[in-house]
Design a binder for this molecule. Structure first.
Ligand code: FAD
Ligand code: DHB
Length: 390
């Protein structure tokens, strides 16, 4: 088989790249290790920056998110039981975010790809990529028991943190930066009305909480838990009881509980691999970087990588220009590191840092007091939350 751009991974990065390239008349083939059904049932991010929503529009898949996504003009920081509203619209000159689940982003992209009749090989086993440092990159995999070879002009590694693409780059050609946090997030999804119309990021002596949502009738909640916790030890009742203890009094009063639709623990990590291009292989999204979820940046960074990559490839095919390709890694990394900084900062500010020295805890308190009392600091927070320019 042969294609112009071989995309490894049918998560949001791979599917969005495929759609943008298709609209520019460039052929793609996507290889995905899992089934389509499996990809659609992974519950992950929920907040889209306006720039991500605009890119979905440009890809021709923005109609449903514009109709069904919830526009959020602000969110709250709840500090030890007191809620402070961050007015995103007022602080950023009129910008707001959209609450629209990653599963829905993926579903819209998958439907558009299927409608356009574009090829995706799901359940692709033993995916390997080769010769991406030459003019003739290619990949091998096994689908339905048959071994397949795919030749391409370029390979886009959109295969997430545990994918094969980054792992195929020689170790001495990569520089890795990593911070692993001593806690994770236990998430629960339920068909219950959210406690508030806006998201609440809560700091509490028992640990961080996030009250989020997918719709007016579907809630997504998260609790900071030690890394040693196991999801089997968290019955729904235990989750709801712990959440109620950490909420501010009004939210606790409004909490409606119900059976969980999904419950899982995600470890928190900051990670960047540099550079993001090796010859004719590009890394995009979680394949190249991970942020802790506190700033809601993971999916949005994946989208901005894909914006730069699609522009570079379109420029290459239309104008035979190498400029976008040469600048891809540095353009991405400049935005990635700013989002890494913001996500690390908000994580450090809002989580229980009991295990850290008392000095650190006092600094955290001082920083919170400062941020909430300074319009300049609130603007910095809001500007980063709605997303830095692409
Ligand atoms: P992925 O979504 O990981 O997609 C990669 C795809 O590649 C997958 O479909 C995978 O099956 C496929 N793949 C992997 N290996 C291979 C292979 N060898 N061959 C072929 N295909 C392969 N972000 C937030 O903003 N908020 C959140 O609450 C949040 N929660 C998260 C919870 C979890 C458990 C995880 C893992 C991430 C979370 N994120 C969150 C981050 C966000 O979901 C990611 O940033 C986003 O999914 C990145 O998209 P991606 O397409 O780059 O990678
Ligand atoms: C959600 C996840 C986040 O990490 C975040 O910052 C906001 C919302 C969510 O899953 O809804």
């Amino acid at each position: 088989m042969r294609t112009q751009v071989l995309i490894v991974g049918a998560g949001p990065s791979g599917l969005l790249l495929g759609q943008l390239l298709h609209r520019a008349g460039i052929d793609t083939l996507i290889l995905e290790r899992q089934s389509g059904e499996h990809v659609l049932t992974r519950i992950r991010a929920g907040v889209l920056e306006p720039g991500t929503a605009e890119l979905m529009d440009e890809a021709g898949v923005g109609a449903r998110l514009r109709a069904e996504g919830l526009v959020h003009d602000g969110f709250a920081l709840a500090i030890d039981g007191v809620r402070h509203r961050i007015d995103l619209r007022a602080l950023t000159g009129g910008r707001s975010v959209l609450v629209y689940g990653q599963t829905e982003v993926t579903r819209d992209l998958m439907s558009a790809r299927a409608e356009a009749g574009l090829p995706t090989l799901y359940d692709a086993a033993e995916v390997r990529i080769a010769d991406f440092d030459t003019e003739r990159p290619h990949a091998h995999c096994v689908v339905n028991g048959a071994a397949i070879r795919i030749d391409a002009d370029f390979i886009a590694g959109c295969d997430g943190f545990h994918g094969v693409c980054r792992a195929s780059v020689p170790a001495d050609a990569l520089r890795l930066f990593e911070k692993v946090y001593p806690f994770g997030w236990l998430g629960l999804l339920s068909d219950t009305p959210p406690v508030s119309d806006e998201l609440i990021y809560g700091r509490h002596p028992r640990g961080f909480t996030l009250c989020s949502m997918r719709s007016p009738t579907r809630s997504r909640y998260y609790l900071q838990v030690p890394l040693t916790e196991r999801v089997q030890h968290w019955s729904d009742d235990r989750f709801w009881e712990e959440l109620r203890r950490r909420l501010d009094p009004e939210a606790a009063d409004r909490l409606v509980t119900g059976p969980s639709l999904e419950k899982s623990i995600a470890p928190l990590r900051s990670f960047v691999a540099e550079p993001m291009r090796f010859g004719r292989l590009f890394l995009a999204g979680d394949a190249a970087h991970i942020v802790p979820p506190t700033g809601a940046k993971g999916l949005n960074l994946a989208a901005s990588d894909v914006r730069y990559l699609s522009q570079a490839l379109i420029e290459h095919y239309r104008e035979r220009s190498q400029a976008g390709i040469d600048h891809y890694s540095s353009r991405c990394l400049s935005r990635v590191w700013k989002a890494e900084r913001f996500s690390w900062w908000l994580t450090s500010l809002m989580h229980n840092v009991d295990q850290e020295p008392a000095f650190q805890a006092r600094l955290q308190q001082a920083e919170l007091d400062y941020v909430l009392g300074s319009e300049a600091a609130l603007r910095v927070l809001a500007e980063n939350y709605v997303g830095l320019p692409v």
